[in-house]
Design a protein around this ligand. Structure first.
Ligand SMILES: Nc1ncnc2c1ncn2[C@@H]1O[C@H](COP(=O)(O)OP(=O)(O)OP(=O)(O)O)[C@@H](O)[C@H]1O
Ligand SMILES: Cc1cn([C@H]2C[C@H](O)[C@@H](COP(=O)(O)O)O2)c(=O)[nH]c1=O
Length: 207
């Protein structure tokens, strides 16, 4: 069966999660490019989204309260789902999303809000991905990558202690659609592992 032909029959919703610097954007782009090369209809999107609330979030220079932050990301996600994700899937277009529900669980959970409460609230409205790739990496390695790849000072979300708490919540995730990936490998090795996993998942889903 030609590679990824399954996606022509049923578009997939694929999410990338992980701490800052884990390589989510790199892998999301590599996967989107691979599907484009296979002539599979796909869009690459992200949260915070490019909608009005997502743009507001990205301009923040001081961190809101945990509750305000939770509400902002929840409203952005509702807008993102209705404006971008749901229409694409309905039109047979697969969606690759760089950050989604679990970012709220991990990052706002790291600020003291009960992660289970965040997850339960999101489950009342958010579409469930077909697969979530959780890129796992040590905080020190992630921060050294961010230093290399970024000139301006760290954003407010990247304080080391905060990322340690975020990473711990991510690691506790055990949903069946979460696939944990060792993100310390090279970009090419991670990409190959993701493609191998997807090919097997597509085969099993159409069996
Ligand atoms: N497997 C890898 N090995 C080494 N460096 C990597 C790897 N993947 C990405 N990088 C580099 O690390 C930096 C962060 O990568 P990327 O932007 O993909 O991470 P991210 O998880 O999206 O980060 P953020 O959440 O902060 O946007 C970039 O400079 C990128 O080139
Ligand atoms: C979706 C989402 C994101 N965040 C945080 C996590 C990141 O530090 C920033 C986005 O930065 P990126 O470099 O564009 O990935 O936003 C969050 O706290 N909660 C969320 O739901």
């Amino acid at each position: 069966m030609p590679r990824f032909m399954h996606l022509r029959k049923k578009p997939w919703f694929i999410v990338f999660e992980g701490i800052d610097g884990s390589g989510k954007s790199t892998q999301a782009r590599l996967l989107a490019d691979k599907l484009h090369q296979a002539d599979i209809p796909v869009i690459l999107t992200a949260e915070p989204s490019e909608g009005p609330i997502g743009c507001l979030i990205r301009t923040l220079r001081t961190r809101p309260s945990p509750e305000e932050e939770r509400q902002l990301f929840t409203q952005d996600r509702k807008d993102h789902i209705s404006r971008v994700i749901a229409p694409a899937l309905k039109n047979g277009i697969s969606v690759i999303c760089d950050r989604y529900v679990y970012s709220s669980v991990a990052y706002q959970g790291a600020r003291g809000i009960d992660p289970r409460q965040i997850l339960e609230e999101n489950r009342t409205f958010a579409l469930e991905p077909d697969v979530t790739f959780l890129l796992r990496i040590g905080v020190d390695e992630a921060l050294s990558r961010i230093c290399e790849g970024r000139k301006e000072a760290f954003t407010i979300f990247e304080a080391k202690a905060n990322l340690e708490r975020v990473a711990a919540i991510y690691d506790a995730l055990d949903d069946s659609h979460v696939k944990k990936i060792d993100a310390s490998m090279s970009p090419e090795e991670i990409h190959r592992e993701i493609l191998d996993y997807l090919r097997l998942a597509f085969t099993n889903s159409s069996a």
